[in-house]
Design a protein around this ligand. Structure first.
Ligand code: HEM
Length: 392
């Protein structure tokens, strides 16, 4: 690819970060086809798009655009609808609410890691990285133990189809999973209206402000959003951490010696292996960005994973620097849609890393395949080799 003739196509199978670098250097705001979405590759431009919710709308789904009755998800709505939903729901994500979950997350994580260590064919994703966040979210939503496996299946089916769901072409399986999940939660919501219990969904059912209560449809949308926004991303964070241990075993030894580095280890993992690789906006009016004119209505893809390796902001951007400070990565987004679950995701990430370091002396990935780890979404499975911690 020459400087004069940049090719703005991105092939996830190839070294995607090398391609992002070329985009940042030669075509920072560009698109693959005249009618296609605009890729935004540089940190400053990604920041601009995420912060400017007047210029870049989150109303993406055709269905929400065409049907005024449709209940939009918080993630894909603009003010004032967004502000109302976020205002009601954010009460459940205060530091106190998140902190109150720490002990139960640790307990859940320890149990999962013990089973992982005892497994004859240890698989990081199926044994730990997937069930940890699904379990935490299921508990927040009051999913009962016996229903957990079904909940996980719905979650996998819906997430596996997220691109098509946004573009309004969900598969039959995703439609059935969404309907079954809606029916399950509608029943739960009706019960909770009669008899409140102490979990997030119950609190949301009863929360009341000057904006009024959340409707059943809004509550259902929130249950789905937790699955979409909270499960797979946190799985990817844990996979990313183990990828770092595989590629740089000295980081594992360093955390064993100095567990105080775990928080900055997690931040650097979020930067280098961003779980939410890109997001999406629609230009609300004609906007100039990075020397390009983006017309009203056109789709824009802020490439978070690219922004997080922009050498205009980060020194040695492709290196893992365990104590990088400052680390202003955009892994959780920015502006009015900044990740509501970030404190919870950070807590889960820290607890998982601490538990791995405590229970193991080493961990490596079998059949390491970069392309599958760079794909969108977390891998469905990841075989690992473990060395249980030697106890004196
Ligand atoms: C490492 C894990 C996670 C990452 C990297 C992540 C990343 C993100 C990003 C980038 C956004 C903004 C997207 C945009 O602006 O278009 C977002 C939004 C959101 N996230 Fe997360 N997320 C994670 C975990 C979670 C968890 C655990 C929850 C909840 C249990 C959660 C709930 C949400 C919600 C509700 C939104 C929408 C906020 C809004 O529209 O105002 N996320 N997340």
């Amino acid at each position: 690819m020459s400087q004069a003739d940049p090719d703005p196509r991105i092939d996830i199978g190839e070294d995607v970060h090398a391609q992002y670098r070329v985009l940042r250097d030669t075509a920072p705001v560009s698109r693959e086809a005249p009618e296609g979405a605009w890729n935004v590759a540089r940190y400053e431009d990604v920041r601009t798009v995420l912060k400017d919710h007047h210029g870049f709308s989150s109303l993406i789904s055709q269905r929400t655009l065409e049907d005024p009755e449709a209940v939009p998800s918080m993630l894909f709505s603009d003010p004032p609808v967004h502000d109302r939903l976020r205002g009601l729901v954010s009460r459940a994500f205060t530091p106190r609410q998140v902190g109150a979950q720490e002990a139960s997350i640790r307990e859940r994580c320890d149990g999962l890691i013990r089973a992982l260590v005892e497994s004859r064919e240890p698989d990081l994703v199926t044994a730990l990285a997937a069930p940890l966040p699904v379990g935490v979210n299921a508990q927040m939503l009051g999913v009962e133990d016996g229903d957990f496996e079904t909940f996980k299946r719905w979650s996998d089916t819906i997430f596996g189809n997220i691109g098509d769901i946004l573009m309004d072409a969900p598969s039959e399986a995703a439609i059935r999973a969404a309907e079954a999940m809606d029916a399950y939660f509608l029943e739960r919501i009706a019960e909770l209206r009669r008899r409140p219990v102490g979990h997030l969904l119950s609190d949301l059912v009863h929360v009341e402000t000057e904006d009024g209560r959340l409707t059943d449809a809004e509550l259902l949308m929130f249950c789905r959003l937790l699955l979409i926004a909270g499960n797979e991303t946190t799985t990817s964070l844990i996979v990313g951490a183990v990828r770092v241990f595989h590629e740089l075993p000295e980081t594992f030894a360093r955390l064993k010696r100095d567990p105080g580095l775990v928080p900055s280890f997690v931040e650097e993992t979020l930067r280098l292996h961003s779980p939410f690789k890109m997001t999406i906006r629609r230009a609300a009016r004609d906007v100039d960005l990075g020397g390009q004119r983006i017309a009203a209505g056109e789709l824009v893809l802020p490439l978070i994973a690219s922004a997080n390796r922009d050498d205009r902001v980060f020194e040695r951007p492709d290196e893992f620097v365990i104590d990088r400070d400052p680390n202003p990565h955009l892994a959780f987004g920015l502006g009015i849609h900044v990740c509501l679950g970030a404190p919870l995701a950070r807590l889960e990430g820290r607890i998982a890393v601490e538990a791995l370091v405590q229970h193991l002396d080493a961990i490596a990935i079998r059949d390491f395949d970069v392309a599958s780890l760079e794909a969108f979404g977390a891998p469905a499975s990841l075989a690992v080799e473990l060395q249980p911690a030697h106890r004196a």
